[in-house]
Write a protein that binds this ligand. Structure first.
Ligand code: ASP
Length: 313
C-alpha cells in the first residue's frame, strides 16, 4: 500500500479539483475516509480487518479501537481529556447502512472502547442510545474492557488547568475520529468516538454520539461524520445535512462545504470550528471545515494518505 501525504504539496490544488466535483473518487474498494491525520492508522487497521475476512462493522469498530487506545490522543478514548471535574466521559456511535441500524453511548466512564459499547447497544438491545451510569453498567455486563482514566499525563494537565484558568482556552482541545466505510459489496457503515471537549461540564454531550450530528449513514446515498465544536454542529444535524446534500447530487466535498456555509451563514460568523468528512455510494469522498489544520484520511487497497481539504466557507 502506498503511504502518501496527498495534500502535503499542492494541497490547495487537490482541494480545488475536489471542490469542483472532479477527482476525489476511488474506483478501488473498500474506501475508508476518516477525520484528521490520525484517522489514517484507523483506516489502515480497518482495511486489514476486511482484507482478512472480517465484517465491515468489525472493521469500523476495530479501526476506531486504534485511536481509542492511542494514549497520545487527548481527544479520543483512554487518553482523552477529562471534564471540568477531572472525569473522562466518552461518547461514541456506530451506524450500519443495511437496515439503517445504529447504536450510541454518551458520558460513558471507565470503558476502554466506547465504540464497542455503541455497537453492543445496536446489536444486543432494542434501544439506540444509553448514557452515563446505565451505559457503563451495560458495557460491564457485556464484558467490555475497563480502563483507568484519565491517564496520569491528562490528570496532571487537568490539575494545571484547574490551577491556571487562563490555560482554559488553550486546553479545550478537541479532535474526534469519525470513520466511514464503503465496503466491497457497496454497503456503507460508520463510527464515531471522542472524549468530547476538554474540561467540559460534567454530563455535557456533544454532537459525536448523536445520530445525524456527529455521524450519519444512509445506505442509499452515503455517509458523513463531523469533528469540531459539537455545540455548533448538533444544532444543525450537520452530518445528516451533508448526506441530504449528497442525495441532492452534490459531490461529498461540496456537500461538506455547503453544510459549513449554511451553518456559518446562520451563525453569522465563520470561526465555528466545524469540520465534515463524507463518502458517497459511488466511492466519491471529500471534506470541508473551518479549522485551518483540518485534514481527512483516505484509504483504499491502492492508496492511503492524508488530504487537506479547502477551508470553507
Ligand atoms: N465534536 C466533539 C464534541 O464536541 C469534539 C471534537 O470533534 O473535537 O464533543
Amino acid at each position: 500500500m502506498a503511504q502518501t501525504t496527498l495534500a502535503a504539496a499542492g494541497g490547495l490544488a487537490l482541494g480545488e479539483r475536489a471542490w469542483s466535483g472532479e477527482g476525489a473518487q476511488s474506483a478501488a474498494r473498500p474506501v475508508l475516509a476518516s477525520t484528521w491525520g490520525f484517522g489514517q492508522q484507523a483506516n489502515e487497521a480497518a482495511l486489514k480487518i476486511m482484507q482478512q475476512g472480517g465484517s465491515t462493522l468489525d472493521a469500523v469498530e476495530q479501526g476506531i479501537w486504534v485511536t481509542e487506545a492511542d494514549l497520545s490522543n487527548s481527544s479520543v478514548g483512554i487518553g482523552g481529556t477529562p471534564n471540568a471535574e477531572g472525569v473522562v466521559q466518552l461518547d461514541a456511535c456506530i451506524m450500519w447502512g443495511p437496515g439503517h441500524k445504529a447504536g450510541s453511548v454518551a458520558a460513558l466512564e471507565g470503558i476502554a472502547h466506547p465504540i464497542s459499547a455503541a455497537r453492543r447497544v445496536m446489536e444486543k438491545t432494542s434501544h439506540v442510545m444509553l448514557v452515563g451510569e446505565g451505559a457503563r453498567q451495560f458495557a460491564l455486563a457485556q464484558g467490555l474492557e475497563t480502563a483507568q482514566m484519565p491517564t496520569e499525563e491528562r490528570r496532571q494537565a487537568w490539575l494545571r488547568w484547574r490551577a491556571e484558568q487562563e490555560e482554559r482556552k488553550k486546553a479545550q482541545g478537541h479532535d474526534t475520529i469519525a470513520l466511514l466505510v464503503l465496503d466491497a459489496e457497496g454497503h456503507l457503515a460508520g463510527g464515531c468516538s471522542t472524549s468530547g471537549r476538554g474540561y467540559k461540564l460534567p454530563g455535557r454531550v456533544g454532537d459525536s454520539p448523536i445520530l445525524g450530528s456527529g455521524l450519519y449513514v444512509d445506505e442509499e446515498v452515503g455517509a458523513a461524520g463531523a469533528t469540531g465544536i459539537g455545540e455548533n454542529i448538533m444544532r444543525y444535524c450537520g452530518s445528516f445535512l451533508a448526506v441530504e446534500y449528497m442525495r441532492q447530487g452534490l459531490h461529498p466535498q461540496e456537500a461538506c462545504a455547503e453544510v459549513v456555509r449554511r451553518i456559518a451563514k446562520s451563525e453569522g460568523r465563520a470561526d465555528l470550528s466545524i469540520n465534515f468528512v463524507a463518502l458517497d455510494k459511488a466511492g466519491r469522498h471529500g471534506a470541508a471545515g473551518t479549522d485551518e489544520g483540518f485534514q481527512y484520511a483516505l484509504t483504499t487497497p491502492e492508496e492511503s494518505g492524508v488530504r487537506t481539504p479547502l477551508r470553507a466557507p
